[in-house]
Design a binder for this molecule. Sequence first.
Ligand code: HEC
Length: 134
Amino acid sequence: MHGRSLAIAAAIYAAVSVAAAQSSGFAKKGGNPEAAKMKNPVAATAASLAAGKRSYQRLCEKCHDPEGKGNGTAVTETQPPDLTDAKWEFGSSDGEMFAAIHDGTSKDMEGYKERMNDTEIWNVVNYVRSLRAR
Ligand code: HEC
């Protein structure tokens, strides 16, 4: 059941990626209605949050900082947005967050599809959401 919903989400996402690739290849600013339709197939269990935290520390913290406020040490020109507030440039749903991480948003925020599989990205989505509650 779990594997099946993952496969369905992957299939939906493949279709969405193809559509996105035909425009710019990056997630869209102002929200992404197609990506918003994607359901997060990974429950935010303790195991998912722990795995998401490991990826976040390895790949994201240098820019987004441990709290997700965007004050990391590797920040160059563009200040990363606060991931703990209610303002989401690329959409606030799990699916839109997935698209921003999977495809990237700009040269400042690269896509992670070569470095993370879909489950790892969903784990990070769950972890980033948990940062808000602190
Ligand atoms: C090199 C610095 C850097 C790294 C590393 C990085 N980001 Fe980003 N991130 C940014 C910047 C800068 C933006 C804003 C980009 C823009 O406005 O186009 C951003 C935007 C985002 C957004 C969109 C926020 C919104 O308001 O919609 C999400 C989600 C995100 N990053 C998550 C992550 C995750 C998860 C990782 C690790 C897998 C990561 N980022 C790694 C710099 C980085």
